[in-house]
Design a binder for this molecule. Structure first.
Ligand code: XMP
Length: 482
């Protein structure tokens, strides 16, 4: 909660006293520098916001840009319009003309080649290039990595390949054999990124796209850039596959166009609507480029779970974001009834903050054996485990579509963890979240009857030992598990 310390702050003008703000830091400014005064405080941070009215320098210790900061937009508006004196003349249609210009300028006489994923971002980016350059100058390939969801390649064929602009390239075996025996999450991401680049290079050469007549188009959006450390100030938060060294080289050589690199997801959808992209394409939940691989956790060795005062520690490596960096840590599992989910979601943040060694908290929905008897099993990214995750994901997606729950969430990752007992060596984690831009997210409670029906269907798969529910908001947990 942010409490105002003065009544005449410029940066906090019109902000009501005692407002919720979002912080994710372990460091604080203990005393303001000369010339600054403290204009707001929080119970844990004396210098919540400071300003130097003479030199007109303003600083906040919290994140005004995230939706969880109730009056964040007002604070940003104060800065941009009142303090800097900018005028408000932005609208999506104006931006589209500018994006077209950017594409034309970057492309020059060249054509643009895309690796489309079928997701919202690459679809909108591809369509913008088509509009800007015409259908003779834009082509694409969809790489089937073998890490996609059930039905995905058919979806691409129906929506893109039928237009003759996109070809489907089957690379499943290549990806899966490169990932065989890999267990480390970051190594996994890098291998996928490098594999993408290798395949891209091969395709570009095969179709004769080198020789300066083509550049590469990408659907990178702003959060991808911030979270992978692509901005000047950001730390390495996410090692994104659009930012692996191979791509970076093309970027440095000016051979990449990213028409959406300045936009958040909600803006990308607004632009997509504006240029007439079909709603069923725009409303698809985001799906990460590295696909099911980063939702299929692996472990180096067998290990029993450890009992703690708060629950059971599962020694898997799941990612979380604290402060400005990604860190991998074990998961805390608690034995709880899912109907208590909304209360537990608030507790989950406290539990993570309290226990420095964990990134997220999950609740048992159902399991063949009690939590105390569960084990983490040594496991790799095998065909079988990917197929198991794909089947579980298909069940969940079918049920949320039929019940309409898919409209109530922004994204619903389904994660496979190598936790189980006896012959059933994997469990499913449900991760429904609500978000505006993916930068922060809330774990969302599901209707009990839907949850139970879903758990029953998942437990009908013999390899599945249990179903868990991720209660963690972002921060401190990330949306994906790796
Ligand atoms: P996190 O897990 O960082 O996710 O909270 C935020 C959003 O980004 C998506 N995501 C990715 N998308 N490649 C992608 O194309 C990736 O490597 C990647 N990792 C996370 C995630 O699904 C969520 O929407």
């Amino acid at each position: 909660m942010l409490d105002l310390a003065v009544q005449d702050s410029q940066i906090l003008e019109g902000v009501r006293d005692h407002q919720r703000v979002w912080m994710s830091h372990r460091d604080v400014v203990s005393a303001p520098p000369p010339g600054f005064r403290i204009v707001a405080t929080t119970p844990t941070c004396e210098t919540g916001a400071i300003e130097d009215p003479v030199r007109r320098i303003y600083a906040v210790q919290f994140h005004p840009e995230v939706v969880h900061t109730t009056e964040g937009v007002r604070i940003l508006r104060n800065f941009v319009f009142h303090i800097c004196g900018c005028t408000e003349d932005w609208d999506a249609s104006q931006r589209i003309a500018l994006i077209h210009d950017l594409i034309r300028e970057r492309a020059g006489e060249r054509k643009v080649f895309f690796f489309v994923s079928g997701g919202v971002d690459s679809t909108v980016a591809f369509s913008l290039c088509l509009e800007a350059l015409g259908s003779e100058r834009v082509r694409g390939v969809y790489v089937d990595t073998g890490l996609m969801r059930e039905g995905e390649t058919d979806f691409i064929r129906q929506n893109f390949a039928s237009l003759g602009l996109v070809q489907v390239e089957d690379c499943a075996e290549e990806f899966l054999s490169a990932l065989e025996h890999v267990r480390d999450p970051e190594v996994k991401r890098h291998i996928i990124g490098e594999q993408f680049v290798r395949i891209q290079e091969r395709i570009i050469e095969r179709v004769g796209l080198l020789s300066g007549r083509w550049i590469l188009g990408q659907g990178t959006i702003y959060p991808d850039t911030i979270e992978s450390g692509g901005t000047a100030r950001a730390a390495t938060i996410k090692t994104h596959h659009n930012r692996v060294p191979g791509i970076q080289k093309l970027m440095d050589a000016g051979l990449i166009v990213e028409p959406l690199a300045d936009f958040y997801k909600d803006e990308v959808r607004a632009i997509g609507r504006e240029i007439g992209i079909a709603p069923q394409l725009l409303e698809r939940h985001p799906f990460p480029g590295p696909g099911l691989a980063i939702r299929c956790l692996c472990a180096d060795a067998d290990h029993p779970v450890t009992s703690t005062t708060d629950g059971y520690l599962l020694p898997v490596r799941s990612v979380g974001v604290q402060g400005d960096s990604r860190s991998y840590a074990p998961v805390l599992a608690i034995d709880a009834f899912p109907s208590q989910a909304s209360r537990l979601q608030d507790e989950a943040t406290e539990l993570v903050n309290r226990s420095a060694g964990v990134n997220r908290v999950i609740a048992r929905v159902t399991a063949r054996e009690p939590l105390s008897r569960q084990h983490v099993f040594a496991s790799e990214l095998t065909h079988g485990r990917i197929a198991l995750l794909r089947e579980s994901d298909f069940i969940v997606r079918e049920m949320i579509r039929e019940s309409g729950f898919d409209k109530e969430v922004w994204q619903f990752p389904v994660v496979l963890i190598p936790v189980g007992y006896g012959e059933s060596r994997d469990s499913v984690v449900l991760r429904p979240i609500q978000s505006v831009d993916g930068m922060t997210a809330d774990s969302v409670a599901m209707p009990d009857d839907l949850l139970h029906a879903m758990a029953n269907r998942l437990m009908a798969i013999p390899e599945i030992a249990g179903v868990y529910y991720d209660l963690t908001h972002k921060p401190p947990g990330t949306i994906e598990w790796e």
